[in-house]
Design a protein around this ligand. Structure first.
Ligand code: SF4
Length: 314
């Protein structure tokens, strides 16, 4: 039983389109975040680890060095010989476009790097950056814009101090579409005040706007966050594993087959993870979702009408 028997995973999608395994190499480019420095907000999202914003955490090796380190590990583990540079940490479009062009260019200069995946906030995608990314795509690179939406509900976004609403997300998706850039949207399951119905409603709003990729993540409580204080005071209760796998399966069943799931769970490093402990058992979570879909006799898109199930462009 493999997750990819039930879900259109990004790994399988890359394999189909490129004829060989392609793996992401995560890059920390030492960026910061406008939700911390005051330009969009202060204090950051309530679930985001403060320690990761101290200056030493932002020191980073050169991009080529990070790619070499990732390449060595991935080759040994999987045999993959082509890679996507994944600018993951913080807000990777939040800098001068000349600087970003140098940064992304360093990654693309590696002969086995066939593209980029750039993680950012929906309120931080200026036209110039989209033009830059679209230029790479026009040159034949695989390029993804990863937008952290987390929830489609403004009240929840406000409660966790995201510093943007759904409207900014809508504008970012439309702008990306004008530039021909595929979007992978990040959603968090189990945000304060949210359960299954909210997760499904967020998914529906994202699919209505159109999206090529999705990432799901259970909300976890990590040290150094306001959420950790809420959790200690009993004001936030994380989901149990069974509830999460059930909701993830519900979401997958309601997603057209052509939308790629880049991820269906996520974790934090053990030294900062407070709860829930199961977040750290990645394979148990993935197997739990696959087992749930198998138990239901369903798969991605099976809760949709036949035409909806096939909709999408990925
Ligand atoms: S989660 Fe992202 S947007 Fe929120 S404070 Fe952290 S880096 Fe910034």
């Amino acid at each position: 039983m493999r997750l990819s028997d039930y879900v259109n995973t990004f790994g399988q999608d890359l394999l189909r389109r490129h004829g060989e395994r392609v793996h992401k190499i995560a890059i920390n480019a030492g960026m910061t975040c406008p939700n911390r420095d005051g330009s969009k907000g202060r204090g950051g999202c309530s679930f985001c680890n403060n320690a990761s914003f101290n200056p030493s955490a932002r020191r980073h090796p050169p991009v080529a060095e990070q790619i070499e380190a990732g390449r060595r590990v991935i080759r040994r583990r999987t045999g993959a010989r082509r890679y996507l540079a994944y600018f993951q940490a913080y807000t990777n479009t939040y800098a001068d476009v000349t600087y970003l062009s140098r940064l992304y260019g360093e990654a693309l200069a590696e002969p086995d790097v066939i593209g980029l995946s750039v993680g950012t906030r929906p309120d931080c995608v200026p036209e110039q950056v989209l033009e830059l990314l679209a230029g790479y795509r026009a040159a034949g690179y695989e390029v993804w814009l990863e937008l952290g939406l987390q929830s489609a509900f403004d009240a929840t976004l406000e409660r966790v101090n995201r510093g943007h609403g759904f409207e900014e997300y809508r504008r970012a998706v439309e702008a990306a579409r004008r530039h021909g850039l595929p979007v992978c949207t990040h959603l968090i399951v189990g945000l304060p005040g949210e359960g299954r119905e909210a997760a499904l409603a967020s998914l529906e709003r994202v699919l209505e706007l159109g999206v090529e990729g999705l990432k799901l993540h259970p909300l976890h409580v990590v040290k150094g966050t306001r959420l950790a204080n809420e959790w200690r005071a009993g004001g936030y209760q994380p989901m149990d594993l069974q509830t999460y796998t059930g909701i993830a399966a519900d979401m997958i069943e309601r997603t057209p087959e052509s939308v790629c799931y880049h991820r269906v769970t996520g974790t934090a490093s053990l030294d900062i993870l407070l709860a829930p402990g199961w977040c750290n058992w990645k394979w148990r979570v993935l197997n739990g979702i696959a087992a749930e879909l198998e138990r239901r006799g369903s798969r991605q898109g099976s809760a949709l009408a036949p035409l909806q199930a096939l909709a999408g462009v990925c």
